[in-house]
Design a protein around this ligand. Structure first.
Ligand SMILES: [Zn+2]
Length: 228
């Protein structure tokens, strides 16, 4: 196979490789951004869970306090109605104490209600955030699934081709590939002009190109070929 055809093939493979590497970079960047979003969302959910837990503990404490005050009220009422207290002052005092305790219970029950309402809101928020986390995870899996197809595995073909092409030509090829945006080898336009820079190609060169000889544009120095 003429060197020219090896160069065309190499350009094709290197072109695909470049595109894949760029896509891989792009997707890796997107994955990094989604991962940051995920970390933030997980933290938000943890914070809400912590708040819910604190409220649960407080609610339990309130319930226990209410329970113990109820016991005290019962004890006081038992004493009050046992007839053992004879002093009117003491009766009044005990009654007042019971009233105070009942008032305290009512306050604590109000507080419990408020807490339960708050917790309900927090549970809803948690659910919403968990759904958002699910979407983020789906997004992440989708992007990650794109990566394996972009991991370039034609490197062996490239190595084989590179071994077939003389060093100096290879060097020139890669210089042009980099310098001319991936186009080191270009086709003749209308059999007359360089497909890279548009300069007229001399007839003598055109004949050589027909024979798949290595010819370079006098102006942009790209390698030239003709469609067969
Ligand atoms: Zn040219």
């Amino acid at each position: 196979m003429p060197i020219l055809d090896d160069l065309i093939e190499l350009q094709k493979l290197e072109g695909i490789k470049t595109i894949n590497l760029n896509k891989k970079d792009e997707i890796s960047y997107i994955i990094k951004k989604i991962s940051l979003k995920k970390t933030a969302k997980v933290k938000e959910i943890d914070n809400i869970k912590e708040e819910i837990h604190i409220n649960e503990v407080e609610l339990k404490d309130l319930d226990l306090s209410v329970e113990s005050i109820r016991v005290k009220i019962k004890q006081n009422e038992a004493v009050l109605f046992s007839g053992k207290i004879t002093s009117a002052k003491e009766v009044a005092f005990k009654s007042q104490e019971i009233t105070n305790m009942k008032k305290h219970i009512s306050e604590m029950e109000d507080k419990s209600l408020l807490l339960m309402e708050t917790m309900e809101t927090q549970q809803t928020q948690k659910k919403v955030k968990e759904q958002e986390l699910n979407s983020i995870n789906t997004e992440l899996t989708t992007q990650e699934s794109l990566l394996p197809s972009l991991i370039y595995n034609d490197e062996e073909l490239i190595t084989d081709l590179k071994e077939k092409i003389p060093q100096d030509i290879l060097r020139e090829f890669y210089y042009l590939f980099k310098d001319k945006g991936g186009y080191a080898v270009v086709s003749l336009k209308d059999n007359l002009y360089c497909g890279g820079c548009g300069v007229n190609v001399p007839g003598k060169s055109q004949l050589l190109i027909q024979k798949r000889e290595l010819v370079r544009c006098e102006s942009c120095h790209r390698f030239l070929y003709n469609y067969r």
